[in-house]
Ligand binder design. Structure first.
Ligand code: SF4
Length: 260
């Protein structure tokens, strides 16, 4: 499926499920994930390749993995939220909703509708984005509480626009101005050379400690096996700390624990 934008409140979804946040600053928290289809990028380490094309139908799953309902694609946000409202037990122990992908900013109206309604029900909204287009991101910022933004490095991309890193910087600037809780995730493989790492630090340095910089060693996939040696990971962490960043090393935990 091509990444077609819509203003009609519908989006193609891959899945919706309750699980545990497996990465980033909200790691370990019970979370309701809503995964949209479609992504304009191709990262070497992508672990959601199934999101490139929308399935004909998708399921809504509870924490125990039971599929509670199946929807046709594309799905209208009104239908989706009404279904959730009809299952009061589904989100009883959940504080956060994570809109993820694919690239969820492709579906502006769906994202706005979902976030607004989930927040009105007392839930907090987290956006996971490749931060590849500040024009798509900006309208969503007022209805989210937290955003996990990617900074994708040369060596980890099979397909990306030429100005991707400039978009990353513009997205970070916009999110911080909107006063969101922000973390920037950088997936590291052994294909990332030191020059590329230090260029990224130079570009982000002016934002100081207003955001958390997460160094995420790659979780190997069939397409990406170039693990970053520990000695290089620690050297990268040291350079980030020496440059004044609020930097942390955090792997993905859901593959380790077998969570969805
Ligand atoms: S931006 Fe995300 S969904 Fe898209 S290719 Fe990269 S890792 Fe996969």
């Amino acid at each position: 499926m091509h990444a077609v934008r819509t203003d009609s409140g519908v989006a193609p979804l891959v899945e919706a499920f309750v699980s545990v946040q497996g990465e980033g600053c909200l790691i370990g928290r019970p979370t309701f994930f809503v995964r949209t289809a479609g992504c304009p990028l191709r990262c070497t380490y992508c672990d959601t390749t199934e999101s490139y094309r929308a399935p004909r139908t998708f399921g809504l799953r509870a924490l125990d993995g039971e599929t509670l309902r199946t929807f046709e694609n594309p799905c209208h946000v009104d239908e989706f939220v009404s279904a959730i409202d009809a299952m009061p037990d589904l989100l009883r122990s959940v504080e956060w909703v994570s809109l993820t992908g694919g690239e969820p900013t492709l579906w502006t109206d769906f994202a706005l509708g979902l976030a607004t309604r989930m927040r009105s029900r007392g839930l907090r909204m987290h956006l996971e984005t490749a931060s590849d287009d500040v024009g798509r991101l900006r309208p969503l910022l007022p209805v989210f509480d937290s955003v996990a933004m990617d900074y994708k490095l040369e060596g980890t991309l099979d397909r990306a626009p030429n100005d991707l890193q400039s978009q990353h910087v513009a997205c970070l600037d916009a999110a911080l101005r909107a006063d969101l809780r922000v973390h920037v995730k950088v997936v590291l493989t052994d294909a990332v050379v030191d020059r590329v790492w230090h260029t990224m630090l130079d570009r982000l340095r002016s934002f100081g400690r207003d955001f958390v910089l997460i160094l995420q060693p790659v979780t190997p996939t069939p397409n990406e096996q170039r693990r970053l040696p520990t000695v290089r990971l620690l050297a990268m962490l040291k350079s980030a700390l020496d440059a004044g960043f609020d930097a942390r090393v955090l792997p993905q935990i859901h593959p380790l624990l077998g969570f969805a």
